[in-house]
Design a protein around this ligand. Structure first.
Ligand code: URA
Length: 423
């Protein structure tokens, strides 16, 4: 190991055999944390080649079990987000793509820091079971076309330990290490094609579009190296993507987008303002394309409008222990606190990290607590106009939320929704 650390320190590349030995040795306790962290720090400073990241990914995949889907039964697709605030894409896109004929297999994580976790949002539906065995997961995808389950300990155990070590030793930010960590979990999950959504903005892991593009390229290249089809969107995270921030409240938003009822969200009255729905339709189109299902965004919009996407969400929840009644019984508190603009002008920026933290805190006290964000960057607002609504029992403790919305005098353009698509 010492030799590998020194070679990496001096800017050389390690072979696939080296990376195999490192991961095996680390998992079996022959290589200690200090040595592994020193090697990762050398990777942060010296960088890694695609070949090294591929070899590391491969070694990590082999540290645990893997899911196998029978290619003869059709193409299985997966969707991954690098993590954002109000990111309701998976909750809507997975059943919507399945309603259009795709087979979507998704293992998801929980909330991390200010970003939300898809599993926490689904678990807000009473009865929902995210802890599927890998067999049940595969059978559900084959039978109803989609499943979203929690990442199990059996898949890529090396990633869990390595991520924890990287987190403690300041060695998270190396593209090769990040890409190997993400792609290993996708490869182990068994999909034949993967659609990545890499967020960019202050609330994301890759704040600048250049960093996000670079990560997108690494994810696509490494996935292709494993014979998978891959595409990566670079999408915006300068403001919440959907309209709600929290846990269960985001599930309510996803339900209402699919149900097209818009009772709470008034989406259909102002579809142009729904950046979340626009991105969802693009991602569903990519999932369909990867699945060799024709129809793209038009088919996805149709499945959204005619309720088949919603029926598929209900089918997925029922297969995983919840019921239509439980989903439809999720009602927001009728007396939200209104966050108002203290001055007139244009919304110049939104503190997404703060909104993410507040949404999470509200939802920790109350399953359906959280925020409904009304104002978006570029909007003209008058003093006293509502910027957001706050739901939950803890809301009285959260003050000065209006300071998260920076209001200036001149008009500003909203940030682009999609910066790039990497294929
Ligand atoms: N997400 C992951 O799964 N791994 C990383 O290293 C960074 C983000």
């Amino acid at each position: 190991m010492r030799h590998c650390i020194e070679r990496k320190r001096d800017g050389h590349t390690l072979s696939a055999t080296d990376w195999d030995g490192i991961i095996d040795g680390f998992m079996e306790g022959r290589i200690d944390e200090a040595q592994t962290a020193a090697l990762f720090m050398a990777c942060v400073w010296r960088g890694m080649s695609f070949e090294e990241a591929h070899a590391l990914t491969d070694a990590m995949v082999r540290s645990g079990e893997t899911v196998t889907f029978d290619r003869g039964k059709g193409i299985i697709v997966d969707k991954h987000s690098s993590g954002g605030v109000a990111d309701i894409v998976s909750l809507v896109a997975v059943p919507l793509a399945a309603a259009c004929g795709a087979h979507v297999a998704k293992l998801s994580g929980r909330a991390l820091g200010h970003t939300g976790g898809t599993i926490d949002k689904l678990e807000a539906v009473p009865g929902f079971n995210a802890a599927l065995s890998l067999d049940t997961f595969v059978r559900q995808v084959e039978s109803i076309g989609c499943a979203i389950a929690a990442q199990t300990q059996a898949l890529v155990p090396a990633d869990k330990r390595i991520y924890n070590l990287r987190d403690r030793t300041g060695t998270v930010p190396a593209m090769g290490l990040i890409a190997a960590s993400i792609v290993s979990k996708k490869i182990a999950c068994g999909a034949h094609a993967i659609v990545y959504d890499v967020k960019t903005g202050p609330a994301s892991f890759t704040p600048s579009p250049e960093q996000a593009r670079e990560l997108a390229r690494w994810l696509v290249e490494i996935s292709k190296g494993f014979g998978r089809k891959a595409i990566a969107f670079v999408s915006d995270m300068h403001q919440p993507l959907g309209r709600t921030v929290g846990t269960g409240i985001e599930m309510v938003e996803a339900r209402d987008i699919l149900r097209h009822s818009d009772v709470i969200l008034s989406l259909s009255k102002d579809p142009e303002r729904s950046r979340g729905v626009k991105l969802i339709l693009k991602i569903v189109a990519a999932l369909l394309d990867a699945s060799e299902v024709t129809g793209g965004e038009e088919l996805a919009s149709k499945a959204l409008a005619d309720g088949t996407g919603y029926a598929k969400l209900v089918a997925m929840l029922e297969a995983q222990g919840a019921s239509r009644g439980a989903l439809e019984g999720m009602e927001l508190d009728g007396k939200p606190l209104i966050v108002k603009a203290s001055q007139g002008g244009y919304v110049h920026s939104i503190d997404v990290v703060h909104l993410g933290n507040v949404g999470r805190r509200l939802s920790q006290h109350d399953k359906l607590g959280g925020l409904f964000v009304i104002a978006q960057i570029g909007d003209r607002v008058e003093a006293g106009q509502p910027l957001a609504r706050m739901y939950g029992t803890d809301k009285e403790h959260i003050r000065n939320l209006e300071a998260s919305f920076k209001i200036g005098t001149g008009p500003v353009e909203p940030p682009p929704l999609i910066y790039d698509v990497v294929t």
